[in-house]
Write a protein that binds this ligand. Structure first.
Ligand code: GDP
Ligand code: GDP
Length: 463
């Protein structure tokens, strides 16, 4: 039994758009029995290596009579009952409406599991709507843009454990003869994990050593021999357990952006391919390892991808490869650090690790850096501590007073993690100079030990 997801929400929030993205052309013909699923579309969805059934409750656009609400309610209830999990979608550009509240009520009563999604969340016009979504009491909203394909990693992260649980349940319930056993008598179960693998993308220019690095980590030549189908058609992902020297292992999913390139025949296309492929991998990753060639570090293309990873809100680790060739390692390292600070100030404090993909040197430090970056990226600072900190920061360096009226910062809270995002309530947020924002962000980094991770700080006016 695979997982069934129902997309529910009022008309026009973007349900069909997301449905189409997940299903592509794999639309199943639904049973046309009157009153059963006539208004519901069903399809076989794919998100990375996840396969699940998705039900779309759209199809009410032409219902103009006053029974719309009643029909919507019945349709939604039916979908909810058919599904293991509901994706409840609101339009973040519009914000919450009374109809949204009605849906929330249905879901709270009926659904086994709800993922709240704030859709149309591309760009900052949606920020306020995303925050409002917290008021539904359905947990942290996933920022989505069905139309632009943003937020798919977060959606994947929510669905992954549920899909695993569904698969595990299916195995428990299956007749014994249906279960394939290996020679030790253990059930052969693809994709069953008790922890969600940490998603890592290795990006960098052609020849930086991405394939060599991943092969070294994996310990065999799996990239060329048996990759899993990737999260997109083009990026290839591998499930690995990367163990430390004590044997403590961390499940990871590594996105390879080189596998694709290897297949490309036409030389001129190489550069272009690896860039767009890298971009896609960044979107699906939690931690992005930017792999540089020590001989030609921080080229334009490297800077672009590192900047993109930061803007996408990913945790970044910079790895300098081919360190085995370097002669004066001390001096080189000094140069690299200097270039890093100058060329990528937005990644201040991100780890810089030297490795040799060829010999395997430095891989343990790389692994530790990835885990730490991921940990920081997930960090949550308690509200009380934040506000104590804010008072101290304000005392140390009061905010400016444009036209003699001091901007008042009243309180703050951490609205999200992955990456950490904070909201400060204040008067005249539009008058706040960028330098004060930077003062606060840098302060957060230092006081709460969050080097290197992108930190989002939003100022909100009251009323
Ligand atoms: P449904 O009635 O909930 O199924 O909504 P649709 O999928 O038909 O979308 C309604 C409208 O919102 C359409 O004009 C879409 O193009 C638009 N839309 C859907 N997703 C997004 C999005 O992520 N961003 C923006 N800006 N518009 C979207
Ligand atoms: P990709 O295009 O980023 O996947 O790069 P490859 O993994 O194909 O490596 C490009 C070239 O660099 C190959 O000839 C590798 O043998 C070489 N290479 C990769 N890593 C190292 C390293 O750590 N040290 C040295 N000396 N050569 C390396």
């Amino acid at each position: 039994m695979s997982l069934t997801l129902a997309i529910v929400g009022r008309p026009n929030v973007g349900k069909s758009t997301l449905f189409n993205r997940l299903v592509g052309k794999r639309l199943a013909l639904v049973d046309d029995q009157p009153g059963v699923t006539r208004d519901l579309r069903e399809g076989e969805a794919r998100l990375g290596d996840l396969r699940f059934t998705v039900i779309d409750t759209a199809g009410l656009e032409d219902a103009t009579d006053d029974s719309l609400e009643g029909r919507m309610r019945r349709l939604t209830e039916r979908a909810v009952d058919m599904a293991d999990v509901c994706l409840f979608m609101i339009d973040a550009r519009v914000g919450l409406t009374p109809t949204d509240e009605m849906f929330a009520e249905i879901l709270r009563k009926r659904s086994k599991h709800v993922i709240l999604a704030a859709n149309k969340a591309e760009g900052s016009a949606a920020d306020a709507g995303v925050l409002e979504a917290y008021n539904l009491g359905l947990g942290e909203p996933v920022r989505l843009s069905g139309e632009h394909g943003e937020g798919m990693t977060d959606l994947y992260a929510h669905l992954m454990p549920l899909a695993d649980a569904a698969a595990e349940k299916a195995i428990e319930e299956a007749p014994v003869t249906d279960i394939e056993l290996d020679e030790d008598g253990e059930a052969v179960t693809p994709l069953i994990t008790d922890a969600k693998p940490l998603q890592v993308a290795v990006v960098g220019r052609p020849n930086a050593g991405k394939s060599t690095l991943i092969n070294k980590i994996v310990g065999e030549d799996r990239l060329l021999t048996g990759p899993e189908a990737g999260i997109t058609r083009d990026a290839i992902s591998l499930r690995i357990d990367w163990a430390d020297p004590e044997g403590e292992s961390t499940p990871m999913r590594i996105f390879d952006t080189a596998g694709m390139r290897k297949k490309a025949k036409v030389q001129e296309k190489l550069e272009k391919l690896s860039v767009s492929d890298g971009l896609r991998a960044v979107k699906f990753a939690e931690v992005v390892v930017v792999l540089l060639d020590a001989a030609i570090p921080f080229e334009q293309q490297d800077l672009r991808i590192a900047d993109l990873a930061e803007r996408e809100g990913r945790a970044v680790v910079v790895a300098i490869n081919k360190w085995d060739i370097e002669e004066d390692k001390q001096e080189k390292l000094r140069d690299l650090k200097e270039s890093f600070e100058r060329l990528l100030p937005q990644l201040r404090g991100a780890p810089l690790v030297t490795v040799s993909a060829k010999t395997g040197r430095g891989l343990e430090r790389l692994r530790a850096a990835i885990l730490r970056a991921h940990d920081i990226w997930n960090r949550r600072v308690p509200t009380a501590a934040l506000n104590r900190w804010l008072i101290a920061m304000l005392e140390q360096h009061p905010p400016p007073a444009p036209q003699g009226r001091r901007i008042k910062l009243r309180y703050m809270t951490q609205a999200k993690t992955r990456p950490p995002g904070f909201v400060v309530m204040c008067s005249h947020p539009d008058k706040m100079p960028e330098s004060y924002n930077r003062y606060l962000v840098n302060g957060l980094r230092e006081s709460f030990d969050m080097p290197g991770t992108p930190i989002r700080l939003t100022l909100r006016g009251q009323g």
